[in-house]
Write a protein that binds this ligand. Structure first.
Ligand code: ADP
Ligand code: ADP
Length: 226
């Protein structure tokens, strides 16, 4: 079974813009996968569709065997999304951001508290649990979004440009956190326009350009060519 199986996916935005022009892509369970491409290539549209934030125009999406059209709840339960922008909940304290997400997935309160503490500690935010989100640095906000995305223990974590604009030290610590999470079995897909990030973290890679997959290869094969 694939973690992600996408067939002939297209997206035409209202107004007629063709953002995805027929994407076929499979990602194996346990993979650490990068979707690389320039700005405007369609990366956010692609992960928006998989995460049920954007409606597709045509095509099939299946996540761990759950079909997006027939079992959207099954898809949602498998996916944790770390979005690129987070302009919501800015006045909420850190811990509430995570607890709210747990509530959204229907986790019992006691379990929600245990998990919120676990993930906030792992991401070095436990000391900040009562800080309002708007008072966090960019790197802290991103780490909070990772904790929030993990609270329902998804099998597939999707991150949209996880380290854009984050300083090098925080980037390194986020990388090592993600590596460990992947080693423990979580499939990870991230978008990036840093080749360095894809090289350092990922096993396999697809390059998306102008709404199409231009190339699908392993990072090892890509490095041999450079
Ligand atoms: P990327 O994440 O690779 O930068 P996006 O998926 O954000 O690319 O965007 C792909 C293309 O779709 C861009 O040209 C963008 O302007 C366009 N686009 C994105 N969102 C919308 C929208 N809501 N309506 C119309 N066009 C959009
Ligand atoms: P209280 O009993 O006064 O609400 P708690 O310490 O039990 O205090 O909870 C504090 C906050 O955490 C509350 O705002 C509550 O809504 C939130 N909370 C706790 N568990 C969950 C959960 N599973 N889902 C959503 N929100 C939760």
């Amino acid at each position: 079974m694939f973690a992600l199986d996408v067939q002939h996916l297209t997206k035409i935005y209202r107004g007629g813009f063709h953002a995805l022009k027929g994407i076929d892509l499979q990602v194996a369970e346990g993979d650490f996968f990068a979707l690389l491409g320039p700005n405007g290539a369609g990366k956010s549209t692609f992960i928006g569709i998989i995460s049920s934030l954007v409606n597709k125009t045509t095509g099939q999406v299946s996540v761990f065997g759950h079909d997006l059209d027939h079992d959207p709840e099954g898809v949602k339960s498998c996916i944790g999304l770390v979005p690129q922008e987070f302009n919501f909940n800015l006045f909420l304290p850190v811990i509430e951001v995570v607890l709210n997400q747990a509530g959204y997935y229907g986790l019992p309160r006691h379990e929600a508290r245990i998990r919120a503490e676990r993930y906030l500690r792992q991401l070095d935010l436990w000391d900040r649990r009562d800080t309002e989100m708007r008072r966090l640095s960019g790197g802290m906000k991103r780490r909070l979004m990772i904790a929030r995305a993990l609270v329902h223990e998804p099998r597939l974590l999707i991150l949209d440009e996880p380290t854009a604009g984050v300083d090098i030290e925080i980037r390194r610590s986020m990388w090592s956190f993600l590596r460990e999470l992947n080693q423990q079995g979580t499939t990870i897909i991230l978008t990036t326009h840093y080749l360095e990030e894809a090289e350092s973290l990922c096993r396999n890679i697809a390059i998306i350009d102008d709404g199409r997959i231009a190339e699908r290869t392993s990072v090892a094969a890509l490095l041999q060519r450079l």
